[in-house]
Structure formats: C-alpha cells, structure tokens
Design a binder for this molecule. Structure first.
Ligand SMILES: *Cc1c(COP(=O)(O)O)cnc(C)c1O
Length: 425
C-alpha cells in the first residue's frame, strides 16, 4: 500500500490507482539496477504531490509576472540557497524541467546556432544533449565528439585537448551516462582555458556522489554545472544549473524566458527537500555506500569472468561488455527483468552492434543502496545475474531459471523496506 494510501485516487479512478499500486509493488519486489534511478523519500513524495502544483510563477523570486507568490518565492529561494551551499556554487537555477532542457539552456546562454560544441560521443557514454546527431543539439550546432581510449576504457584527454585546440569549440561538455570512472574536472578545466571555451560539467549521474563527498566536485573547475535531481541525488524528476556569478544572468535568461514558461513549483519544493536530505551526514554515508556496493558488485562480476569497461568502477555505475558471454545486451536485459533484476542494455565503447541491440549492460547501485543493501549482498546479486545470463545464452525460451531467481529475489527484497510503500498487512 502507498503510504499515505491513495484513497481519492482509488475511489475516483480505480484503474489508474491500480496501476500506481502495481508499479509500487514492482519497485518493491525487484532489484533495481538502472543506474539513473533511485527511490525518493516520503518527504520528497509529499512535496511533489502538494498544492504547489496549482501555482503559476513565471520569472524569478521577487520578479514574477503573476501575483500570489508569498509562499512560492521562499520555496524557490530555499531550493536555490540549499543548492548553492551543497555544491559550493555562486549561483543556482532550480527551474529547468529536466536534465535535457537544462543542457539546452547552456547552449542558449553561450552559443548561436552553428557554433561548435565538443562533447563525449553517445556510444562512448556521452549524453544525447552533448551534441549527438539525433538530438537538436547535434542538428543546430557544429558538434565535435571525443571518445574513450580503446585500451583503458577511460576518457582520452589527449584527444579532448587536440580537438579543443583544433576546433576551438565555444562549449566543452564533460560528464556522461555510462562512465564508471572519476571525471577529471581539473584536466578538463585546463583544456577549456587553453581553448578559450566554456566548460560545462554535466553531473546528472553523479550529483549525489559529489554532494556526499564520494566523487570530486566540479566546483572551482567548471564554469557551469548542470545536473538532474532524480538520479544519485535522490530528489524529484527535475534539474538545476549551477554556475559562477559571472554567468548567472545569461543562464537565468536562457531558462526563462529563453526556453521555459512557469516553473514546476511542486518539483522545486521537492528539490529543496532532497537538497536538505543530501546535506545530512547520513547522506554522505549513503553516497560512500553506493560506491562500496558498486565496487563489490564489480569485483563479484569480474570473478565470474565478466568483462567490465575500464576494468571496474569508481562510482555507482558498472558497464558490462557481454560479448564473451555469447548473448547481446537486449535479450540479456529482458531475461534479467523477467528474473526480477531490472537494468538496461547499453552500447559499449567501439560497439560492433547496433545502438538498439548493443553488446552491453549498464548497472547502477544507487537504488539498491537506498533500500539498505550492503556490499556483502553483492556476490549473491552477481551470482543471480550470471545464472540468468548463462541461461539466456543457452536457451532464450526457457523461463525456469528466471522464475526461480525471481522468487528468490522477492524473498530478499521483502527484507529491505521501500520508502513510501509497504506490502499490505
Ligand atoms: C539523465 C541525463 C541527462 C538528461 O536528463 P533528463 O532528465 O532525462 O532529460 C542529461 N545528461 C546526463 C549526463 C544524464 O545522465
């Protein structure tokens, strides 16, 4: 049952209520290893579901286009102050609707259409919005892409520097969606300075680790930092842009009125709640436990002969190349989901397979760490992954292993409470 339960929804729209309850149970019963997902706290859920969703407030605190901002202004100011404090930033904008619009605002602030941007290639672990071809950012700007090194699986900083000095981009992105290793913000900053480019660090995946001191901070290195608020940071779906005071006005104008209308005040409030949670000592412990779990899971997978990009992890994220296991990423991910282990298929660097049917799996430990799982549990999870992947490689139509593993996993997850929901009775 949802806590608090959903009495109005159940009465008024039972079909929809049933779907919400079913999704909650699914999240409760599975081992959720999607690297971009988490479980938010009941307080974050309450703020997200609050009457702040009823209010329009185009503009910024003290400079709004609608009356009645007596409570919304302090909500947004709280979120801004907490963001600045937590990430050591001179300026914070908490209005972007999500990570992709936040990144688009960075382009709007610094570039004109046709200008050059340098970002990590998508199949190497970059994000669509860092200039990939199918994204507007790849169509409207002259996108140049760097890669990871074939031998190490780590970012090729020599290539970044070479491309930056040759192409003279106005904007350089660092950060990505499938990078298991620490991002060297200082090295990127030096390259950006040399090339005369703005350095934007997209810490969407690692924001919670940065907040908790489990990954170095881009503060003092990047001119602009963008992040989603819903991944390791464990807040509502939303985003923030942090920057030096120098770039504050340009970024604020780019978000509103450049790209957006009214901010989502219920989300802003939930971001403020999540930021206060992330400033507590127990969140720092959480962030370090996320990394400890990822390391333990990586070690257990290596022991079972799994090929991990870069040979391991420094973060919450593991990227597996399944080529030596004789099964592509997509059927493996599907079999694992049927067995109660939820993750996503993912391209690996220099993947010979197509993006919609790639060679790899991406794994993250943010959600299971929120549930309370500890490193001693990781060998068992690796064993389940191995059993299911091996069975999928042998006979994709045999569901017997998946069914047994799913039952074992339901038994495990039942012992780890989920924020905001509990089984009835
Ligand atoms: C998730 C992510 C985004 C985009 O966030 P959305 O909220 O899905 O738009 C941007 N950049 C990186 C690196 C991400 O991981």
């Amino acid at each position: 049952m949802h806590r608090p339960s959903l009495p109005h929804l159940h009465r008024q729209d039972p079909d929809l209520a049933g779907l919400v309850e079913a999704e909650a149970r699914r999240q409760f019963e599975k081992i959720r290893l999607i690297a971009s997902e988490n479980y938010v706290s009941p307080a974050v859920l309450e703020a997200t579901g609050s009457v702040l969703t009823n209010k329009y407030s185009e503009g910024y605190p003290g400079r709004r286009y609608y009356e009645g901002q007596q409570n919304v202004d302090p909500v947004e100011l709280l979120a801004v102050e907490r963001a600045r404090h937590l990430f050591g930033a001179e300026h914070a904008n908490v209005q972007p609707y999500s990570g992709s619009p936040a990144n688009l605002a960075v382009y709007a602030a610094f570039l004109r259409p046709g200008d050059t941007v340098l970002g990590l290639s998508l199949p190497m672990g970059g994000h669509l919005t860092h200039g990939w071809s199918v994204s507007a950012t790849g169509k409207w700007f002259n996108a140049v892409r760097y890669e990871v090194r074939r031998d190490t699986g780590r970012i090729d900083l020599d290539q970044v520097r070479e491309l930056a000095l040759k192409e003279r981009p106005k904007l350089i992105w660092c950060g990505g969606t499938a990078l298991p290793r620490t991002i060297d913000f200082a090295a990127f900053a030096e390259i950006a300075r040399e090339a005369g480019a703005v350095l934007a660090a997209d810490i969407a995946h690692i924001a919670g680790l940065v907040a908790g001191g489990a990954h170095p901070s881009p503060a003092g290195h990047a001119d602009v930092v963008t992040t989603t608020t819903h991944k390791t940071l464990r807040g509502p779906r939303g985003a923030m842009i942090l920057s030096t005071a120098e770039h504050a006005a340009a970024l604020d104008r780019a978000v509103f009125p450049g790209l957006q209308g009214g901010p989502h005040n219920h989300t802003t409030a939930a971001i403020a709640v999540a930021l206060a949670e992330a400033a507590r000592p127990d969140f720092a412990e959480y962030a370090h436990r996320v990394v400890a779990n990822a390391r333990a899971l990586a070690d257990a997978l290596l022991e079972r002969g799994y090929d991990l990009i870069s040979g391991g992890t420094d973060t919450h994220l593991i990227l597996i190349d399944l080529t030596n296991k004789g099964v592509p990423g997509k059927p493996a991910a599907r079999a694992l989901d049927a067995a109660g282990i939820e993750l996503n298929h993912n391209a690996v660097p220099f993947d010979p397979r197509k993006p919609f049917d790639p060679s790899g799996l991406r794994v993250g430990t943010a959600a299971i760490t929120t549930r309370g799982l500890t490193p001693d549990r990781m060998p068992q999870i690796a064993a389940w992954i191995d059993e299911v992947v091996t069975a999928a490689a042998a006979d994709p139509d045999d569901a017997s292993v998946a069914d047994r593993v799913a039952a074992e996993i339901r038994e495990l997850t039942a012992a780890y409470p989920m924020p905001g929901w509990a089984p009835a009775g």
